[in-house]
Design a protein around this ligand. Structure first.
Ligand SMILES: [Zn+2]
Length: 355
């Protein structure tokens, strides 16, 4: 059993949040989509087969789509694209220079099936016992910036679709936990919300907690896809943040279902733990253009504001102040490294329920 230093001092909330264009005052973040993407790319395929996709066209499309999002009220997005998803800061910078929307970047590793080969052999369970090489790399992204650009990451992420989480998930959790403990940066975990038990989020929160990450600094990504209200309530009771972050991906879960479980969580006092987003990407090469159009016709940066939230207000009787908390306050707390406040007891939430 590893000893974890739990006495790390929680730093004061950040006054300025790092974005691609530079630090932005926490008060100016505004309406924030907490889990989106610009470009999700299989980097090696793209560099070897440059005819697969035209980055120029991608940048133009991203600028146009973010322009529409800005008109709809979006002021900031978190681009959750990390290593393993083709994070390419040169492309992100070109988009950021031409849009009014603030873009916060993430660091971390997306590997849903074991560790990336880069880390498998040189790490602590590799051929020779050694330090975790990922810690230094991810830490640099948070403290100094990516690749000498000075652009710092605002979130550290890893992925686990195994139920229960396997050895690689434990190793990734330990690595991101160390980055969190040294910097206060919040942790996002791409979880599996589809297991018959509800999902693997609770296990992941507990693993991170054992590594010294308080649950209120953890976002369980994609939790909102779960159909099990029992799982979602148990997850919310840990104090973690829940990603209702795939609105519009109807094949994974219909918006109607997301809205229904979200409304139940709001009524149970968990409003301040919920983050809303769409997991949209301007380009993702996991699908052909036709497949994507067929699978996720609703996918955009504005689906949530234009279609899902009007239904949440009308059909679930959730009022504007609760929606503001989820779209503005919660992501600001996340990015300023304050973590979510403890869940309110039922009865204390009169302020977010329609009289
Ligand atoms: Zn994502």
């Amino acid at each position: 059993m590893k000893a974890v230093n739990m006495s790390t001092v929680t730093p004061a909330p950040l006054e300025h949040v790092p974005t691609v264009r530079g630090p932005v005052s926490a008060d100016d973040l505004g309406l924030t989509l907490a889990h989106e993407h610009l470009f999700v790319l299989s980097a090696e395929f793209q560099s070897n087969y440059p005819d697969l996709w035209d980055p120029e066209e991608g940048v133009r499309a991203a600028v146009a789509q973010l322009g529409r999002a800005y008109e709809a009220g979006v002021r900031t997005i978190i681009d959750m694209t990390v290593l393993g998803q083709g994070r390419d800061l040169s492309l992100v910078k070109r988009v950021a220079e031409r849009t009014e929307v603030n873009i916060v970047i993430a660091t971390g590793v997306y590997s849903v099936d074991g560790l990336p080969l880069f880390a498998r052999f040189r790490g602590p369970d590799g051929i020779a016992v050694s330090e975790e090489p990922l810690i230094d790399l991810l830490l640099r992204d948070v403290t100094e910036g990516v690749g000498g650009s000075g652009i710092r990451a605002g979130v550290v992420k890893f992925a686990c679709e195994r139920v229960p989480p396997d050895a690689s998930a434990h190793r990734m959790a330990a690595a991101v936990a160390e980055v969190h403990r040294r910097t206060g940066v919040p942790v996002l975990v791409h979880s599996d919300p589809f297991d018959e038990s509800g999902g693997n989020g609770i296990d992941l929160v507990r693993i991170l907690e054992r590594e010294g990450v308080a649950p209120n600094h953890v976002v369980v990504g994609h939790a909102g896809d779960s159909a099990s209200l029992r799982y979602l309530r148990e997850l919310a009771d840990t104090g973690c943040m829940l990603g209702y972050d795939r609105y519009g991906m109807e094949r994974l879960a219909p918006d109607e279902q997301r809205n229904a479980t979200l409304a139940a969580l709001v009524r149970a006092g968990h409003t301040r733990q919920i983050l809303l987003s769409q997991d949209h990407a301007v380009h993702i090469d996991y699908f052909t253009v036709e497949q994507r159009r067929h699978l996720f016709p609703q996918w955009s940066y504005t689906h949530l504001l234009e279609r899902a939230l009007p239904r949440l207000r009308a059909e679930q009787d959730i009022d504007e102040s609760a929606i503001d908390i989820m779209l503005v306050d919660n992501p600001r707390r996340l990015l300023t490294r304050q973590g979510a406040p403890a869940p309110a007891r039922t009865g204390e939430m009169a302020d977010v329920r329609r009289a």
